[in-house]
Design a protein around this ligand. Structure first.
Ligand code: NOJ
Length: 547
């Protein structure tokens, strides 16, 4: 971390806790707040600055908590508000900040507002808090427009009274109408509810989706797919519309009412870095996930372009960059990088790579990517289990799949369960310490039979393990004034090699080429992602140098 007095969020390393899969404290096979509390010493020893916790609110769990029935209650599966308060307090005592998820685009269909709207009937003011419309065609039997749900199928569901309601995700997740003053006031009140309980910020779900075109027009024609061509912003009727920034200007004012640098991170899938930067202007949100980095191919030119564009566009509005390799929605990166061809992918499109996976290759690259990510200027996100090198579980039996994507896609897309398998902590067999000893309930998703080698216990204290690589990198990052917030300067390197200097006296080198690369002159090697052969960096390896 830099030694300046810049706010913490400019270069924080934030660990993502997918609560149902992190640690099960009460033995029901599902992770919970008690589990997180018991693992705070682990997070402390890893060296992260904050945790982002996926939704923990009361929910029927149609989308594992992203369908919120009551934003001021914790779901009993995870604990209570009192336990959440204890967790916040204990995390703070460990020097770890806490950032819950907030889900403003939609509620659960069990939310009191939606239930009231259903009961109140067509044309009622209660329905104006959501997006209800009459259909098209004979008797309004066709949906009001051609929008599609991100989980597959139409984005509209018809009610027995004839009206349709909009859901950009599952039918159990009706979209709110952000042009309605009640909606704006309610969310500001929810933010205050949790800020006053001590949370340090929020991750904003689908931050780019809140404002819909007032006329709800059909989708524009799709441009020719050109994944490797220049990216363009498309005027879209429900993604990334300019008016959404008014909402966040108001949220910023709410955050600023509280002491201690509270901050927001936006989940905003933007077409271009300029569009992403608009979310983090000085009077708006603080940071946004930089998915361009995650979506990049494993290619030096592509990565360098993403890094340069991100730093330039975010720097122009005074915001720090963030870097992220994995999360609970995407294939874990050792499995992505273990494909022969790692192509760049397009925002708001599912990524399902083809071909056999070479996990040894993917893991080598993941180790190098970790050193790259943690050396770049700005903040970084670590998705639980990435510090253990967990791969995607690509062979979950169909009978256990739970992600709504599986059903909604008509069983054509297996969805995101493969990156959500519960964390292995210790032991030789499932549940690998995920649940307390003696628990009979099975983990909510089955863990592979060969995951003992990935457990925390198997990595702990083992030189060269993925966990020890992350710990060493985070320790260095805390101590080295060159790392964290700031700038970088590229060094001249052959094609396929990335090398940049950060002042004072630090160089990061990543070899993405097929040839070994002799490291530039240095005083010492601070850390390397694999063995160095007499100052030579093998392909798919990275090193941090003191100069
Ligand atoms: C993005 C979240 O990350 C994802 O898990 C969820 O399904 C959708 N938003 C809908 O809330």
């Amino acid at each position: 971390m830099s030694t300046s007095t810049a706010p913490w969020w400019r270069d924080a390393v934030i660990y993502q806790v997918y609560v149902r899969s992190f640690a099960d404290g009460n033995g029901d096979g599902v992770g919970d707040i008690a589990g997180i509390r018991s693992r705070l010493p682990y997070l402390k020893s890893l060296g992260v600055d904050a945790i982002w916790i996926n939704p923990w609110y009361e929910s029927p769990m149609a989308d594992h908590g992203y369908d919120v029935a009551d934003f001021r209650q914790i779901d009993p599966l995870f604990g209570t508000v009192a336990e959440a308060e204890q967790l916040i307090e204990e995390a703070h005592r460990h020097g770890i900040r806490v950032i819950p998820d907030i889900v403003p685009n939609h509620t659960s269909d069990r939310h009191a507002w939606f239930q009231t709207a259903l009961a109140a009937g067509p044309g009622s003011p209660e329905r104006e808090r959501y997006v209800f419309r009459t259909g098209r065609g004979t008797d309004g039997a066709e949906p009001p427009n051609d929008w599609v749900s991100c989980f597959g199928g139409p984005a509209w569901t018809r009610l027995p009274d004839g009206e349709w309601y909009l859901h950009l995700f599952a039918p159990e997740q009706p979209d709110l109408n952000w042009r309605h003053p009640d909606v704006r006031a309610e969310f500001e009140s929810i933010l205050r509810f949790w800020f006053s309980r001590g949370v340090d910020g929020f991750r904003i779900d689908v931050a780019h989706g809140l404002i819909k075109h007032p006329e709800l027009p059909d989708l524009p024609p799709r441009p020719e797919a050109a994944p490797d061509g220049p990216r363009q912003h498309l005027d879209h009727p429900h993604w990334d519309r300019d008016e959404v920034h008014d909402v966040y200007r108001a949220w910023r004012r709410v955050a600023d009412e509280f002491p201690g640098d509270r901050s927001f991170v936006a989940e905003a899938w933007a077409d271009t870095p300029e569009r992403l930067a608009a979310y983090v202007r000085r009077d708006g949100l603080h940071t946004a996930f930089n998915f361009d980095f995650l979506m990049s191919s494993w290619d030096a030119k592509d990565l360098r372009a993403v890094i340069d564009d991100s730093l330039a566009m975010l720097g122009a509005v005074g915001a720090p960059a963030t870097w992220v390799l994995s999360n609970h929605d995407v294939m874990r990166h050792p499995s992505r990088y273990g494909r022969r061809v790692v192509r760049r992918w397009v925002a708001n499109e599912p990524y399902r790579p083809e071909g056999a996976v070479d996990l040894a290759l993917g893991t080598r690259r993941a180790r190098a990517a970790a050193l790259l990510m943690l050396a770049l200027p700005g903040g970084a996100y670590i998705y639980q289990g990435e510090e253990l090198g967990l791969p995607e579980v690509e062979d979950l039996p169909e009978s256990v799949l739970q992600d709504p994507v599986w059903e909604r896609s008509g069983h054509t897309d297996r969805g995101r369960d493969g990156c959500r398998v519960p964390i292995p902590w210790s032991g030789r067999s499932a549940p690998y310490g995920f649940s307390p000893d003696g628990t009979t309930a099975e983990p909510w998703l089955p863990q592979p039979a060969d995951w003992a080698e990935h457990s925390v216990a198997a990595h702990d204290g083992v030189e060269g393990s993925m966990l020890e690589l992350y710990r060493a990198a985070l320790r260095l990052r805390r101590g080295l004034p060159a790392l964290g917030d700031g700038g970088l300067a590229w060094l001249d390197t052959p094609a396929g090699v990335l090398a940049f200097r950060r002042e004072p006296e630090f160089v990061c080198v990543v070899n993405l080429s097929a040839e070994p690369y002799r490291l530039p002159g240095h005083a010492s090697v601070l850390l390397a992602s694999g063995p160095l052969d007499d100052g030579v960096l093998a392909p798919d390896r990275a090193a941090w140098l003191a100069t």
